[in-house]
Each structure stands twice: as C-alpha cells, then as structure tokens.
Design a binder for this molecule. Structure first.
Ligand SMILES: Cc1cc2nc3c(=O)[nH]c(=O)nc-3n(C[C@H](O)[C@H](O)[C@H](O)COP(=O)(O)OP(=O)(O)OC[C@H]3O[C@@H](n4cnc5c(N)ncnc54)[C@H](O)[C@@H]3O)c2cc1C
Length: 465
C-alpha cells in the first residue's frame, strides 16, 4: 500500500483558494506540494474582506487565525440603510455570534488574510514549494480513461521555456479567468461561457487621519458595525478594518465602463467624477466619504460570474474556488468558499483508499469533493444573486414589499431581505464545518461512487457480451 503523503500535489494559483489548498495538504502531511502562480509575488489587493465564523474555524485549525484576528474588527451588528436618506431599514444585532458559532464575524484586510495564509505556507517550506512568475498554459493529460493515463500539464516561466510537469493530483485555483476550467470543459465537450453580471465595484479604503475631522465619519470607523447603503441598482457596503485604522468601502453599480470596453480587463482606473455621479443621490455622509478618495486612485472592478458547471473534475484534476463557482460578492463568502474547497480537498485525498496507488480511487476522491461542495456553493452563489436583486430594486410594489420585510426584520428573528444579514442564512453559513462534513460523509459518498462505477461497468460488459 502506498503512503498518500507521497502523492505529488500541484496547485495552480496563489490566490485565497490556492494558498489555502497548499496549506491544507501540507497540514494533512502531504510532502510534495508545488504552487504555480503567474504573478511575481502575492501583490495584495488593497481592500477589506469579511471573515465569517465558518472561515475562522478553518484558519484556526491551521494555526493562522490568531494573527489574522488580532487586527480584525469583531462585528456586533449590521445596519441596512436607504442610500438617499441614511434612514435605517434594518438593524441586525449579532452580539452572540462568537458564543453560538465559536468564532466572531470579523472584518479584516485582504493582505492580512492572504499574508497569514502565505506565512503559514512558508512555515511548511519543506512540504510546499512556490513557483512565482510561472503560468499554467495547458492541461495535457487528465489521468482518466479516455483522457490520458497520466496527469500532465504545461507551465511557462515568464522568462523561460515551457515545461511539461507530471503530477498525481492537479488542483486549479486559477480564478474566474481559469485556463484549467476552459480546458476541462473543452475536454468534456461542454460549452459554458463566463457570464457578464452587468455589475461593477469600486473598492475604497479611507484612513483614520482622513476621517477624523468629521465626527459622523469617525463614529462609523469606531463602531463594530457593518453597513450597507442601498439604492436602485446600486449599494455600498462598509466596515472598519486593520485595528480600525482603515474604513473599507466596496460598492456595486451597473457596469458602464467595462461594457463600453469589453474584453479580458477586470480592473480599471475609474474616474472620480463619474463615481460621484453614480452615487450623486446618496446621502451627504456617503458623499463626504467618496469625496475623500484621491483623484487618480479610483479603482473599479468588473464583477463576472459563471453558471454552475456540469463537472468540476476529470480524473486527477479538479477546479477550486472562483475557477468553478465565481459569485457576486453580496454574501461576502467568495474567498471563504475557495478556502473551504481547499480544506475539503485535502480531507478527501488524504482518505483515498490504498494511499493513492490507484488512479481511479484518486479520481473518485476528487468527485467526492465535488459532491460535498457543489450543491452548497451553487446555493450560495444563487443567494448572493438573489440578495443583489432585492437590494437594487427601484420604486414599485416589489420595493414596498421588501421594505416591509426590512421593517419586520427589526423584530428579532425575522428573515432579512439582505441575505448576508439574515439570521437564518447566517446560521446556515456560520455553523458549517467543511472538514467535519468531509470526515462524516467521505466513506459513504466514495462507496456510492464505487458502486455506480461497478454497475456502469457491468452494464457495459453486458451490452458487449
Ligand atoms: C468587490 C468584492 C468583494 C468581495 N468581498 C468578499 C468578502 O467580503 N468575503 C469573501 O469571502 N469573499 C469576497 N469576495 C470574493 C473573493 O475575493 C473571491 O471569491 C476569492 O478571492 C477567489 O479566490 P480564488 O483563489 O478562487 O481566485 P483568485 O483570487 O482570483 O486567485 C487566482 C490566482 O490564480 C492566479 N492565476 C490565474 N491564472 C493563472 C495561470 N494560468 N497560471 C498560474 N496562476 C494563475 C492569479 O494570478 C491569482 O493569484 C469579494 C469579491 C469582490 C470582487
């Protein structure tokens, strides 16, 4: 019997999903993990991120939650307000999240999360090797019947010749523009294109020194509250990060700039004048904050999505994170889902019967990962889209009904139309433990796949006999 820890694990991408996948495998004892990343370094995006309890639970197991949480804000409530008037539509108290789920709902800096994961990977440097400035070019063989016996892929170092690599498991966390997803769908003869959500986001970070002259702004920075200002087709979400030295704002509005110049671009330098115009009817407090953004530092992101994929795996190759379930950010769970994928994958591959000597068993273990993750992530992607539609309603009956529900939600326990702040959705998200679920369900799901395979083979043999 082989030792699963000797399997060669290749990870594409060092975003949240790739870093987490590499770390999860190293923590499970895998000794040969290599990460290939196009960028020359981690080049962190200057933006905040919500760190929900289901994410904190995984990070804590890996020993990196303490550092990340040290500078995070422990969010105790969320407030949804009408953008134009600042009138509060709903205020959801979250004082007991840590007691209920073991971890608080926090907000932090992306650099802190990615940096925490990367440092933890570096502490496993005997097991994890990083190859920056090196891109996946193609998947050449998938290690599956009809798709090549071995698992082979080609990478290209920025200043070098393409190299073909043989591996035992290839995990592609190469984001929404995933080369691996395109190759996988082509190999399965499925056509599925990236969808344009028609939405774009400005990401803004204001410093304490920029805000402290204004008591109303300072109160936002000092509160343990996440805010959402909503209006027709637009909203802004905001919260303090980095020990309350930074106020993070992330907007969502109709995509005008990218629609005019479509193509591979995902971020662009925006115009401050246009940003102010888009939110021109929002309340003075919002206006004052947007006005603080220095000219020339407005950054706009295109929000793209993808319909559910028919498959996330072929043979010993699997997709991870935004590569297989990109989402609108309205549930604030995209990075969390990518990190959960990595944790789930390591649990599945470490449990493969025979320690990985049997290629078909590895393929089945990756399918178990897909079974464990797909329905849940699809539901979350749908919920995020649903929330966006509810938040962006214009005048009319539907908006009246939504606002009635917001008013009702002020009474404890009622569902909130903004699903990110709704107690029943929070319960479903925050109580989830992907590692425990993988442990509980792996054997049964694996056996089910084995049985299906045996039945399919018997049928084929019968037909050919
Ligand atoms: C405005 C906004 C707000 C958000 N807020 C939150 C939030 O509060 N909470 C949350 O959990 N999520 C949030 N998200 C979602 C989250 O950012 C993403 O879902 C998450 O970062 C996806 O991680 P990933 O590793 O799958 O992909 P990515 O972060 O895109 O990483 C992919 C990596 O692969 C590399 N790569 C790409 N192609 C190749 C190649 N061919 N070869 C080698 N390397 C390659 C890229 O350089 C990159 O480093 C938000 C997203 C947006 C847009």
């Amino acid at each position: 019997m082989s030792d699963y820890r000797d399997l060669r694990i290749s990870v594409i991408g060092a975003g949240m999903g790739g870093l987490a996948t590499a770390l999860a495998f190293a923590k499970k004892g895998f000794r040969h993990v290599t990460v290939y990343e196009t960028a020359s370094n981690l080049g962190f995006v200057g933006a905040g991120i919500q760190l929900a309890p289901n994410l904190a639970r995984i990070l804590d197991r890996w020993g990196c939650w303490e550092t990340i949480s040290a500078e995070a804000t422990n969010i105790k409530s969320s407030s949804i307000r009408e953008g134009s008037t600042d009138r509060e539509l709903a205020h959801v108290l979250m004082p007991d999240i840590a007691e209920k789920y073991g971890y608080p709902h926090s907000t932090g800096h992306r650099a802190s999360l990615a940096g925490g994961l990367y440092e933890a990977c570096q502490r496993e440097s005997e097991r994890i090797t990083f190859r920056f400035s090196t891109s996946l070019v193609s998947v050449d063989s998938w290690g599956a019947p009809g798709h090549g016996d071995t698992t082979l892929f080609t990478v290209k170092p920025r200043h070098g010749e393409p190299e073909q690599v043989e591996t035992d498991v290839l995990l592609a966390a190469d984001g929404i523009k995933s080369v691996a997803r395109t190759a996988l769908l082509r190999a399965l003869d499925i056509s599925a294109e990236v969808e344009d959500t028609g939405q774009a986001a400005y990401r803004i970070m204001l410093t304490r020194s920029e805000m402290e002259h204004d008591p109303e702004m300072l109160a936002l920075l000092d509160a343990d509250c996440a805010l959402r200002w909503i209006g027709e087709k637009r909203h802004i979400v905001a919260y303090p990060i980095s020990n309350k030295t930074i106020y993070n704002l992330s907007t969502c509005q109709p995509d005008v700039n990218f629609a005019i110049a479509p193509g591979a671009t995902y971020t662009t330098r925006g115009s401050k004048e246009q940003m102010l115009k888009v939110y021109g009817d929002f309340c003075p407090l919002v206006q004052r904050m947007l006005n603080l953004v220095p000219e020339g530092e407005v950054c706009e992101w295109k929000l793209r999505s993808h319909g559910p994929l028919a498959s996330w795996t072929i043979g010993s190759v699997a997709l991870v994170g935004d590569a297989c379930h990109p989402t609108l950010p309205h549930l604030a769970q995209g990075a969390t889902m990518a990190i959960e994928d990595g944790a789930t994958l390591a649990e599945c591959v470490a449990r493969v019967p025979g320690g990985g000597a049997d290629r078909a068993a590895i393929a089945r273990a990756l399918k178990v990962y897909e079974l464990l993750r797909k329905d849940r992530t699809t539901m979350m992607v749908d919920l995020a889209a649903f929330s966006g539609r509810a938040l962006h309603l214009g005048e009319g009956k539907a908006k009246e009904e939504r606002d009635r529900q917001f008013a009702e939600a002020k009474e404890k326990g009622k569902p909130v139309p903004d699903k990110w702040a709704s107690p029943e959705v929070q319960d479903m998200l925050y109580s989830y433990d992907c590692v425990k679920e993988a442990g509980d369900k792996f054997e049964e799901l694996f056996a089910g796949l084995e049985k299906n395979q045996a039945a399919a083979t018997a049928t084929t043999n019968g037909v050919h006999a």
